[in-house]
Design a protein around this ligand. Sequence first.
Ligand code: PMP
Length: 354
Amino acid sequence: MSRFLSPKLKGLLPYTPGEQPKEGGFIKLNTNESPYPPSPAVIEALEGKAETLRLYPDPECRELNSAIADAFGLDTDEVITGNGSDELLAFIFQAFCSKGAAFPDITYGFYKVWAQLYGINTRVLPLKDDFSICLDDYTDIDETIFIANPNAPTGLALPASDIIALAKNKADRLIVVDEAYVDFGAESCVPYIKELDNLIVVQTFSKSRNLAGGRVAFAAANSELINDLNRVKFSFHPYNLNRLSQLAGAAAVKDREYFESCTSRIIKTRERTAKELKALGFILTDSKANFIFARHEEISGEEIYNKLRERGVLVRYFGTDRIKDYVRITVGSDDEMDALINSVKDILGRQENA
Ligand code: PMP
């Protein structure tokens, strides 16, 4: 820490992203990326476009925003795009949390970091023992509510109607739904932004649209809320999405068929891997995301993480209080899941002799 650091940042505990190993050879199941490449339409859209990097990108991201609006039945003034949903969520924390922020104790770990960064008071509400969220806890509170649906890292999803009922319950309180994983089996709240002016839905292209490296995401909300977010964006970084990402995002969202084939493959792989892990003594949540959240009766989460790592399989271990027995395993390709299962059998000493 230098002596120049602002005193208010001295106690800040930054977010720790999942490991991105420099050396190859790992089966990487630790950061919920897609095992599949971007849509062929994305590859085509980027071809020969490197030379356009001489010029600044469109600060209003018009083509991308209108492709997203078309795909979701929205007006363009109901959409803002961001450099990943991390950027949009940071804008939301800055713009809309003057009464504080409320979220579960087990959820996306970045929420508490943004709250700390921007000096926002937090109300952290414990999930139930089975990791489900008790929405009654949120009914009367005034803070802006952040709900990841499906939740991370538990994978548990709420029906959209429960979230909408909560939003309707208190019109002067804002609900932010983080739908990073919604395309793997949960129900989106995007259609409801037309009728509710206290609802923001954030989606990312990092998981279900295979563009984690492209950093593309959007928020959908009533046009006044989007205007407010643009106020923050244009006071911080007007050119927040580079040219190539804008092109990639527009091509990705237009290719519905490819998106559906990738997400349905991942769901299928998740379900069969879940079954195989259960047969090996794992206890799993009912994940509707592109990851599995699991613990084993006999081995600790830390040991599973370390032993898988020794065998070249990287999963995510959080090691925090209520989830220290668990590992989060990204759903990869079928081959990657076979390798995972084989490593698990080896760790458990259940490898059949060939
Ligand atoms: N929300 C949740 C719940 C996440 O797990 C992630 C991924 N780390 C994000 C948001 C951010 O994703 P991105 O910035 O890649 O859009």
